[in-house]
Design a protein around this ligand. Structure first.
Ligand code: PMP
Length: 367
């Protein structure tokens, strides 16, 4: 049989997403993981205790996320949403949410506006549902004007998806532009994966804008990338549509238990976020003092640099840092980040960042 003749249009449109950097980090656990925008501090002891206590009940299914009102309420409270549990649903990581949302809204031929660069799965999942991607192009510093978006709108534009702060640039689309986007006749998805490092939420806009959908994750400030939990914040009507396509029981028992425990220890979350913010800001200053290195101001938990003026490629700098035990991410050549000079470094401890800064400085001055 010719199997390739049997595959669906979705498979034809599908592209693999390379996540080898996680393999690399797990394979060599001596490396400092500055490649995946994780939190580099361990989970709260309360999370570890709660997960340990539930382990003997792993033979049971979890309840479906839609009925775990305690968790949904805790999330609404954490996000500052007055309406409560009806304004929240869950995904298996926000990666799954990035699949669920296009599936909820797109028909074949519909278009999605995406900043370029932005988190790359946004440009992949809509294609599975017949969607088309329209790139929104910023200036050289990754800043946008409203017209950069509106000039790409057509009668088929259904959604705008963007991260705020932006992955990988780290900047934040001005709130004023976002409010103007919400006035358009499209669904606006704001991915707030890095919100705890930025203080720039748009949750307060939810009551007055029924086309706003916010996605968040436990993988960043919450320090729980391993449990795979994302959550959606939007009005109850939107939630009811997303619920029709959500896979039943998509969030594991361990994940639900860990998430609730994490939300019972919010001081731990904010203390970690603060450590990352301080290390990020100090690291950014240190890097910006190195001749030839361009540092993009970041409100996330990573810093993107451009090494073009040093003549040292990101590939070479990455190899140098790897030989010193730091695994970073060469993003050069990705969507919206052409060339060979873009390196992204996740923020770890203050001490590690100082060391990475010193290594970069030394290496650049030797070349
Ligand atoms: N959104 C953004 C902007 C991200 O950078 C990432 C991961 N790096 C994700 C979503 C995915 O996060 P997760 O699936 O772990 O929730």
């Amino acid at each position: 049989m010719d199997i390739s003749g049997k595959i669906s249009n979705a498979v034809r449109a599908g592209k693999l997403y390379n996540l080898d950097h996680f393999h690399h980090a797990w394979h060599d656990q001596n490396l400092k993981r500055l490649m995946g925008n994780e939190l580099l501090f361990p989970p709260s002891p309360k999370v570890i205790e709660a997960v340990t206590n539930i382990l003997p009940k792993m033979n049971y299914y979890p309840e479906d996320p839609s009925t775990n009102k305690e968790l949904l309420h805790a999330l609404a409270d954490y996000a500052g949403i007055k309406g409560g549990a009806d304004w929240v649903t869950l995904g298996n990581g926000s990666m799954e949410i990035i699949d669920m949302l296009p599936r909820t809204f797109l028909d074949a031929g519909d278009a999605v506006l995406l900043p370029c660069p932005d988190y790359s799965p946004y440009a992949r999942r809509p294609l599975l549902y017949g969607g088309k991607i329209m790139d929104v192009i910023p200036d050289a510093d990754f800043n946008y004007r409203l017209e950069d978006f509106t000039s790409k709108m057509t009668s088929r534009t259904k959604m705008i998806i963007l991260s705020r702060p932006n992955a990988p640039a780290g900047n934040v689309l001005p709130r004023k532009i976002l409010i103007s986007l919400l006035a358009l006749d499209v669904v606006v998805v704001v991915d707030e994966a890095y919100v705890e490092f930025s203080d720039e939420t748009v949750v307060d806009l939810l009551p007055e804008h029924n086309n706003l959908v916010i996605s968040r994750t436990f993988s960043k400030a919450m320090g729980l990338g391993g449990i795979r939990l994302g959550y959606v914040l939007t009005n109850p009507e939107m939630i009811s549509y997303i619920e029709r396509i959500r896979v039943p029981l998509n969030v594991s028992l361990l994940t639900q238990v860990a998430a609730l425990a994490a939300l019972e220890d919010t001081p731990y979350i904010w203390a970690n976020a603060q450590k990352v913010i301080e290390a990020r800001d100090q690291f950014s200053v240190q890097l910006s003092q190195i001749p030839g290195i361009k540092v993009y101001p970041s409100k996330g938990n990573s810093v993107l640099i451009n090494t073009q003026k040093t003549g040292v490629t990101a590939h070479i700098l990455q190899a140098k840092l790897l030989s010193a035990g730091f695994l970073t991410r060469n993003l050069s050549g990705g969507r919206g980040i052409p060339g060979e000079f873009f390196l992204r470094i996740t923020i770890g401890t203050m001490k590690d960042m100082r060391e990475v800064g010193n290594l970069i400085k030394e290496f650049i001055s030797e070349n």
